[in-house]
Write a protein that binds this ligand. Structure first.
Ligand code: RBZ
Ligand code: NIO
Length: 338
């Protein structure tokens, strides 16, 4: 059994930076060499080849596999909903958690299809975070508790971790995190989310600008506390715990990517074991992924959240590993030219 990962305090994140586990270079090299011997023109499987090599490095074996895919959906509620920044009422967060538990949501179908074991982790839904236009959304102890809840939920024995979220209002949270971590015009990070009209989007931009002004500390964990929410902190905790256990991670869309920006700000290497599943239709997502230096696996015009894009990308990852592990080499198949 690997030791459970937890953070003693928020400063532990900066102490971890610079001391991160690296992928296994030998396993990655062996996987790359194997790709060159499989019965196909070199490079012809494109990014599927890169995915197999990426998985080999993190799993530390030439032929990586996915016996156990864990999917975690973290749910939280946000005080900033009082500012009228969302198309749906905050009660929908808890109602969707019930829907996840009954198997009725998109993420249930996609996890069933992709072979991921789904767990839903509601985080104090009856206690929304504070409205960040009035002060920090969370106290440091609340942030730490949510990060450790995320870490505790993530299974160090999983072969891959699929991450998602549910939290009405959290595209506003995501826009604030992006503006604080990456800069740029606030309006560039604001989009329709779950269906905001133009007037609501304009209000969202004003609310995010007010939150940035009210919470000026730009230290990464201060940003997470002041401008994030519990599901964002839990995602950060799960990403850190997965890293400690060398479990590769598939991040979902706009909200999930925004959630880990404070980790990126602390040390870009924190996200080396993370893939970005897809480019969300939320307008700021492409720019956000580009800032991380990552290329999304899919671009299907999706803007749901819940981990839906990440579960779909798991299917692509499984396909990559099926080819990598199952194909014959030129020598094995007696095909000339290898
Ligand atoms: C029924 C329903 C199911 C969802 N599943 C994910 N989201 C997505 O929409 C929310 C963010 O959008 P906004 O910031 O505009 O509230 C998050 O819960 C996200 O996961 C949903 C939203 C709704 C309404
Ligand atoms: O990409 C996402 O995560 C997203 C976009 C809009 C609404 N909910 C989620």
């Amino acid at each position: 059994m690997k030791d459970a990962f937890s953070l003693a305090d928020l400063d532990a994140v900066s102490r971890l930076a610079g001391h991160l586990t690296a992928p296994d270079a030998d396993a990655a090299r062996a996987a790359a060499a194997r790709q060159g011997q499989l019965t196909k023109p070199p490079g012809s499987l494109g990014r599927l080849e890169d995915l197999a090599i990426f998985m080999a490095g993190w799993q530390g074996r030439e032929i990586p596999r996915i016996d156990r895919a864990q999917a975690l959906v973290f749910a939280g509620n946000h005080g900033v909903c009082a500012q009228g920044i969302n198309a749906f009422p905050p009660e929908v967060t808890a109602q969707m958690v019930a829907n996840f538990r009954h198997g009725g949501a998109a993420i249930n179908q996609l996890c069933g299809w992709a072979g991921a074991e789904l767990a839903v982790v509601p985080l104090d839904l009856d206690r929304p975070t504070a409205d960040f236009t009035q002060g920090p959304a969370m106290r440091p102890d609340e942030t730490l508790a949510a990060m450790n809840a995320g870490a505790a939920a993530s299974d160090p024995g999983a072969d891959v971790l699929v991450l998602g979220e549910m939290g009405i209002g959290n595209t506003t949270i995501a826009a604030a995190l992006a503006a604080a971590c990456l800069g740029g015009e606030v309006a560039e990070w604001v989009g329709p989310g779950a269906g905001a009209d133009d007037a609501t989007m304009a209000r969202k931009a004003r609310v995010v600008a007010a939150a940035l002004e009210r919470n000026p500390d730009r230290a990464p964990m201060a940003i997470l506390s002041a401008l994030g929410g519990r599901e964002q902190a839990a995602i950060c905790g799960a990403v850190l715990a997965a890293r400690a256990a060398r479990v590769p991670v598939i991040l979902d869309g706009f909200i999930c990517t925004a959630a880990v920006l404070p980790l990126f700000a602390a040390d870009p290497g924190f996200l080396d074991h993370c893939l970005v599943a897809h480019r969300s239709a939320e307008p700021g997502h492409g720019r956000m992924i580009a800032a991380l230096g990552k290329a999304p696996l899919l671009d299907l015009g999706m803007r749901l959240g819940e981990g839906s894009g990440a579960a779909l990308a798991l299917g692509v990852l499984r396909a990559a590993l099926a080819c990598h592990g199952g194909m014959a080499t030129f020598a094995e198949a007696g095909v000339a030219g290898g």
